[in-house]
Design a protein around this ligand. Structure first.
Ligand code: KG4
Ligand code: ZN
Length: 355
């Protein structure tokens, strides 16, 4: 079934065509240059830019797939969570396309789409592991450790209690001026650094929280972020190891990036491994922008009893292929959304379970 998928939840204007799980095209027009002067996504600029770009992006996706408008058999779009103004552009373009062509339409959850990305067949073979498995969703807006029951159902076992993993990368990079977007910049800078140069704290969420619930699979990034940011004061004011105040050298920057990255990834990996072991799930499937991180991908060899699966890099960050792919699953089951389906900034469909 040839499904057009549209993704505009944040700053990537993306469309793709998938047929029987195979990606025929995957076009991602990034707005990074537009938001770089602000070192962060400006929602109003993002939605306006989507409105200008969406037609060309969809047309390019159809052209690259060599699929005509008449040959499209279904349309899927991200409806939540994300930036409301941005979501509305892609969602309504998709509705208009489906309405004009009298096609089935499905509104898709962005987080489920990220978790589905490993099952897409592009140049590499797709994941065919049986459900359930452990899902590790690490993006700019979310950090979720979950039991993936099926493509449309996950049970959340842990999540962040403050910042998302990608958000921590972005904030640290912004503070130190490492580059934008922060995740990729830190990943590259850290390759030349010593990850043992600075010791940053790992949060301890193993004890029941104030709510009396067990947060053992939750993660937290605010303590790490504060520690890394405070470290710069030590360069400015001087410290025991480095008494004279000074601006950071290139090698100190690389060491900070590597030490932060190590701790940030250890935090999420520790929680994911703990959940996988406790729930007897031997396959761990990652998704989201941070799943592209090279240190994370290298670290998983330390857990040989678990089978880690990462999507190809082009399906880690926001893309239309994951939306078309999961959309095809719903549509093949005969499930569609009404044209009144609305966009939402919030997570809608994930249920939480405490140990
Ligand atoms: O999935 P995504 O494209 O958008 C959201 O749904 O949020 O994820 C974007 C996030 C950003 O925070 C970005 O800095 C991070 O993914 N990211 C990375 C890497 N590439 C992108 N973080 C760490 N290492 C990377 N290589
Ligand atoms: Zn995303």
């Amino acid at each position: 079934m040839k499904v057009l998928g549209i993704e505009t939840s944040c700053d990537e204007c993306a469309a793709a065509v998938v047929d029987e799980g195979r990606v025929l095209s995957n076009v991602v027009a990034t707005q990074i240059p537009i938001h770089t002067p602000y070192q962060g996504v400006v929602p109003e600029l993002a939605s306006r830019t989507h409105a200008v770009w969406i037609y060309r992006v969809v047309k390019e996706a159809l052209d690259k797939a060599a699929v005509t408008v008449e040959e499209v058999e279904g349309v899927a779009a991200t409806a939540f969570p994300g930036l409301l103004g941005s979501l509305l552009v892609g969602l309504h373009f998709a509705k208009a396309f489906a309405w004009a062509r009298k096609l089935p339409f499905i509104a898709v959850d962005h987080l489920l789409a990220h978790l589905y990305a490993s099952r897409l067949a592009g140049d590499d073979a797709a994941l065919t592991a049986e459900y359930p498995y452990l899902g590790l969703l690490v993006s700019g807006g979310h950090s979720v450790i979950c039991r993936v029951e099926n493509f449309d159902t996950v049970t959340v076992l842990g999540t962040t209690i403050d910042d998302a993993a990608g958000e921590a990368f972005d904030k640290v990079a912004k503070f130190y001026g490492f580059g934008y977007p922060g995740g990729q910049a830190i990943d590259l800078l850290a390759r030349g650094g010593n990850s043992a140069a600075y010791k940053f704290p790992l949060p301890n969420l193993y004890k029941p929280g104030k709510d009396g619930k067990d947060h053992r699979y939750d993660v937290s990034y605010s303590g790490l972020k504060t520690a890394v940011i405070n470290q710069r004061e030590q360069f400015r004011c001087g410290s025991v190891n480095s008494p004279a105040p000074h601006e950071l050298s290139q090698s100190e920057k690389a060491d900070i990036a590597a030490s932060f990255q190590k701790t940030a990834i250890d935090i999420i990996l520790r929680a994911a491994v703990r959940a996988a072991e406790d729930y007897n799930l031997s396959t761990v499937v990652a998704g989201g922008g941070v799943a592209a991180n090279s240190y994370l991908r290298g670290q998983v060899k330390n857990f040989p009893h678990l089978n880690f699966v990462f999507p190809p890099l082009e399906y880690c960050g926001d893309n239309g292929a994951m939306v078309a792919g999961i959309g095809e699953q719903y549509l093949r089951r005969g499930e569609t959304s009404s044209f009144e389906a609305s966009a939402s900034a919030r997570i809608k469909s994930l249920k939480r379970k405490y140990p």
